[in-house]
Design a protein around this ligand. Sequence first.
Ligand SMILES: [Fe+2]
Ligand SMILES: [Fe+2]
Length: 164
Amino acid sequence: MKATELLKRQHDEVKAILKLLEKANGQTNALLEKLANNIAAHMVIEQELFYPAVLKVKESLVLEGYEEHAVARFALKRLMKSSPDDHTFKAKVTTLREILEHHMEEEEDELFPRADKELGENSEGLAEEMKALFQQTVKAGYARTIGRGGPAVTSAVAPDVHVG
Ligand SMILES: [Fe+2]
Ligand SMILES: [Fe+2]
């Protein structure tokens, strides 16, 4: 499987969980945890492995990706701190969904096609590495990842690489 195909599948999974969450009444804790683990681990594999590998294809897009992750992480943290009984809960889910939909659309439409060309036959090896890091990050739990100093936070600063 290509690296971009793996990421796209993860996007679809996150979209499906968000839909369920918007419809869910009451029983949301397991869904919330699944959502947070999926988003946190997805951001880690992009920031640690995918973005650095494709930084050269369009640096401005990749740098935007890091910034949008920081915004999404902020919205996710606010959601995780709120109670499903709170009258702002649904607004928080919807806001997170809108931020992520915009971000995923940009990745899929603008970054991924260029990334496929750049990565060529290295894409499958990268996908295997990404899969392993994803599983490892989900296992550690989202709190370790998006909390103070966690990998999704520290690596939210784009690497200082200058390209032509
Ligand atoms: Fe992303
Ligand atoms: Fe993504």
